[in-house]
Design a protein around this ligand. Structure first.
Ligand SMILES: *C1O[C@H](CO)[C@@H](O)[C@H](O)[C@H]1NC(C)=O
Ligand SMILES: *[C@@H]1O[C@H](CO)[C@@H](O)[C@H](O)[C@H]1NC(C)=O
Ligand SMILES: *[C@@H]1O[C@H](CO)[C@@H](O)[C@H](O)[C@H]1NC(C)=O
Ligand SMILES: *[C@@H]1O[C@H](CO)[C@@H](O)[C@H](O)[C@H]1NC(C)=O
Ligand SMILES: [Zn+2]
Length: 565
């Protein structure tokens, strides 16, 4: 759009000036423009900081809390995305674009509301991704490594996990009961703990395929239990999920020479194709395995999409072949394009799952890069939806042990040495971990920054710590992996009722609050919350005719009946 005339010019200088005031670096193109038009403040001027804060206060005062009904809910989960990960990632993001980095924002850090979630599970102070998925997707805290079951079910208790009274219902169930569509997108196996929270009930997160379940048979009676992949493809709510994108093909295909699967009982991809063709016709669904196929899916013609892009987890963004593997933002885009057609709205779960994997190997650079990719996916969703009818919640399941330490100077490479030395006169990296693996999984990684047998630290002064597989130093050496951390994680929210996500609360509050905003689930009608959005317009009752309101109310009654039956 071209803006002409003096009003336009004023607007441009105002915008640039504002941009200048809130941006640190003079290397920013927009800001060098502003240099001609207004007072140039730098961080050395006291007024720089005052103006910076005034702009933020003004923005906050002007913000009007959104109420009404969330037609759509999008939940973004950065697996293992601790607060330190956010700080380091925003610096990394800025430094990739040759800026100093400290004052950058990840996309969701600009959301109007922020809260903190307590992540402990019922039997552990420090949580895993299974008990937390149960909390943030079903509203119930559970035991370590269990999914979709209450804490009455102990780890490995298969008989307990099949008792209906012990099973939890997820926000995917609540959404479907209100006529909404559901989608799942992840960079891990789609049967991994976080996405499984939306559709599975299991006494052990590792029971992803029937072969995995068979291995557990000598521990416990698993005869009544079904593996996670089979639950996703053959049981409710999984069988009705419209978009499933991620990795993990080998949990779906048979163990035969063709497809290199691990299953013994059935080909679940064949089952999915047949089920969708039988129920919806031949041309309403698509199965894809690479980026090109994904990009070629026509969202106007496709209602059901299954994409399995890797045999195991998808590859780290920095290590993947970009022509073969789609990015998290590309998967998110396709999912929203398909789900946006839904008259009653949708619930979409998007996971950046490899932040966690990278931390477990103390390969901080990959963790930061995956966080930046995650931030791009959130921006994609922001760009495609309206704050008036779509609630976006961005959070993490648990923390990790990475710290950011020392007194590095401004603009110091976040991946490098801090600039000062320990008592042993050796330098240390700004990023390090409380514990970590003896060795990384990566055979290409010849670098070992860990203490030698004499407990001396390695001299890192000549080591390129920014290389892709560099494992950052740790204090306690573990046999396998770095562990999770127990500190609280952040929650960022935008859209209807986003202000309810302020404060410090238990993690299981998150889905109930999302449900409140959308008029679905157990907390839908507390303190007179709104009914779910329906295409008949109940969500916009304020501007509807009385007849439309009546029709809407009738439809809602039907929906409620449907839920109860
Ligand atoms: C049985 O369980 C034990 C304990 O977890 C395990 O070490 C062993 O390998 C299992 N045996 C089989 C045949 O899977
Ligand atoms: C839940 O599981 C426990 C442990 O297996 C069992 O004793 C109990 O009967 C189950 N509760 C319900 C309500 O089914
Ligand atoms: C497939 O089955 C064979 C024979 O039982 C087994 O050795 C192999 O590990 C299996 N492959 C996978 C990927 O599970
Ligand atoms: C990426 O995959 C394409 C298509 O298979 C291939 O032609 C290309 O060589 C690959 N690039 C790299 C860097 O491996
Ligand atoms: Zn983990």
């Amino acid at each position: 759009m071209m803006v002409t005339g003096s009003l336009g010019a004023t607007w441009i200088s105002f915008a640039c000036c504002l941009c200048f005031v809130i941006t640190y670096s003079s290397r920013n193109v927009c800001c060098s423009l502003a240099a001609n038009t207004g007072k140039e403040y730098t961080e050395q001027d006291r007024q720089y900081w005052i103006e910076n804060a005034k702009a933020k206060v003004t923005e906050k005062v002007k913000y009007v809390n959104k109420r009404g009904v969330a037609k759509n809910i999008i939940m973004f989960l950065g697996d293992g995305m601790s607060l330190t990960t956010l700080t380091a990632s925003r610096i990394y993001k800025g430094q990739m674009e040759k800026r100093s980095g400290e004052n950058e924002y990840l996309s969701f850090e600009k959301f109007p509301f922020v809260g903190m979630s307590k992540t402990y599970c019922v039997d552990k102070q420090v949580a895993d991704s299974a008990c937390t998925a149960t909390a943030y997707l079903t509203g119930v805290k559970a035991n370590y490594e269990t999914i979709g079951v209450s804490a009455s079910v102990k780890l490995n208790d298969c008989p307990g996990s099949v008792a209906p009274g012990n099973r939890t219902q997820s926000i995917a169930d609540w959404s479907m009961a209100a006529g909404k569509a559901v989608g799942l997108v992840t960079t891990t196996r789609v049967t991994h703990a976080s996405p499984a929270g939306a559709y599975a009930h299991t006494a052990h997160r590792n029971w992803e395929s029937d072969a995995d379940l068979a291995k557990a048979a000598n521990l416990t009676d698993v005869t009544q239990c079904e593996d996670i992949a089979k639950q996703l493809i053959t049981r409710s709510p999984g069988i009705d999920i419209k978009v499933i994108l991620g990795g993990g093909r080998h949990k779906f295909f048979l163990n035969d020479t063709d497809k290199k699967g691990s299953r013994r009982d059935m080909d679940l991809v064949e089952f999915w194709k047949k089920d969708k063709a039988e129920r919806f016709g031949n041309d309403k669904s698509a199965y894809v395995e690479n980026r090109e196929q994904l990009l070629n899916v026509d969202p106007s013609k496709t209602d059901y999409l299954l994409g399995l892009f890797e045999s195991k987890h998808m590859k780290y963004h920095l290590k993947a072949n970009a022509t073969i593997q789609p990015t998290l933002a590309e998967m998110t885009r396709k999912a929203i394009e398909i789900l946006k057609k839904e008259e009653n709205g949708f619930f979409l779960f998007v996971e950046g799952g490899l932040i966690d994997s990278a931390h477990h190997e103390t390969v901080a650079r990959l963790a930061l890069d995956e966080t930046v990719e995650f931030s791009k996916a959130v921006q994609q969703a922001v760009d495609m939806t309206s704050e008036d009818d779509t609630l976006i919640v961005v959070t993490s399941d648990h923390s990790h042990t990475m710290t950011m330490a020392g007194y590095p100077v401004r603009g110091n490479d976040i991946l490098s040495l801090s600039g000062s030395r320990g008592i042993d006169e050796l330098p240390y990296t700004t990023l390090s971990y409380a514990n970590g693996p003896a060795k990384t999984n990566d055979p290409a990684n010849t670098n070992d920054p860990q203490p030698n047998v004499n407990c001396a630290r390695q001299d890192l002064s000549k080591v390129d710590t920014s290389q892709l597989s560099f494992a950052y130093p740790h204090m306690v050496t573990m046999k396998d992996y770095e562990t999770h951390g127990g500190d609280d994680v952040m929650v960022f929210a935008r859209g209807p009722w986003a202000h309810l996500f302020s404060g410090n609360y238990e993690q299981n509050l998150i889905p109930l609050t999302m449900g409140f905003a959308a008029g679905i689930g157990p907390a839908a009608r507390v303190v007179g919350g709104s009914a779910a959005f329906t295409s008949a317009g109940l969500g916009t009752a304020a501007v509807s005719s009385p007849l439309a309101v009546l029709t809407g109310a009738l439809l809602t009654t039907l929906v409620v009946r449907c839920v109860c039956s």
